[in-house]
Design a protein around this ligand. Structure first.
Ligand code: BGC
Length: 248
């Protein structure tokens, strides 16, 4: 494969940092991904060092895309709901570029996954309004229409029943409160009804590890919008970040 069809994506999460070269034409990883535990504390400098190790491992010297689980505005991280607070206001792009010596694009994790699902996954070819919701430690959202992303929608933090939505409807809330699939499905119904009234999506794609168990809980989600599981699963962030870096 020619090198120009290749990109590189890195997915920074609360527990692991994963990266791989990506075949940009097929929307698939071009090599086995590498995963390193997220350092504790996950300060920008410590995380940037791991990102550099992953790039070195693959001998990747070009530009790369990198996801981050928070608001990312023009390369700067603005929030840190589930990561070290020292990221708030940090020049993430600058830190990653000076630590690695490569050009970086930094993007919200759900936004990257949404771009990948629309290009190559569960919403491929959909020209309407697609909402990707990742259900994990938090709730991430990506809003895409005609293939164009509106970044940083942060629909995981809308208020539902007097609470920050992700504190009650994320997969971590299901685990923490030991909710049955039916009870959690009820929480998701409340959550997605609020969201569908705000943005009226044509399709909701659900990502995050629990999307693999879609058949267990989706019968309990009673909303008007079509809802489907993500296809690219834990590779979506890497693929989307690589695509966005290439198109930047
Ligand atoms: C953050 C989002 C992120 C999501 C998933 C939320 O708590 O605010 O920026 O996309 O978690 O990681």
């Amino acid at each position: 494969m020619s090198r120009k069809h290749l990109g590189f994506g890195i997915d920074i999460g609360g527990s692991g940092i994963k990266g791989a070269p990506v075949d940009l034409h097929k929307g698939k990883l071009a090599d086995e991904r590498m995963r390193i535990d997220t350092p504790k504390p996950s300060t920008p400098e410590a995380v940037a060092k791991v990102v550099g190790e992953i790039l070195d491992h693959f001998d990747w010297s070009g530009e790369f895309g990198c996801t981050f689980p928070a608001v990312v505005q023009h390369g700067r991280t603005r929030t840190a709901a589930n990561v070290d607070p020292s990221w708030i206001g940090a020049d993430a792009r600058g830190i990653l570029e000076s630590a690695t010596g490569r050009t970086a694009l930094v993007v919200n994790d759900a936004d990257a996954a949404g771009v990948a699902e629309v290009e190559f996954g569960a919403a491929a070819g959909n020209k309407g309004v697609v909402l990707l919701a990742t259900l994990g430690t938090g709730i991430g959202s990506a809003l895409i229409t005609h293939g164009r992303l509106v970044p940083n929608t942060e629909l995981g933090h809308i208020e539902v029943d007097g609470h920050d939505a992700e504190s009650r409807a994320a997969d971590s809330a299901r685990e923490r409160e030991e909710l049955s699939w039916e009870d959690w499905g009820g929480r998701l119904t409340r959550y997605f009804r609020a969201v569908e009234n705000l943005v009226w999506p044509d399709l909701i794609v659900v990502g995050g590890g629990v999307s693999k168990k879609f058949d267990r809980w989706s019968p309990f989600v009673d909303i008007r919008t079509e809802i489907v599981p993500a296809h690219l699963l834990n590779e979506a962030g890497i693929i989307g970040a690589a695509l966005l870096a290439h198109d930047d």
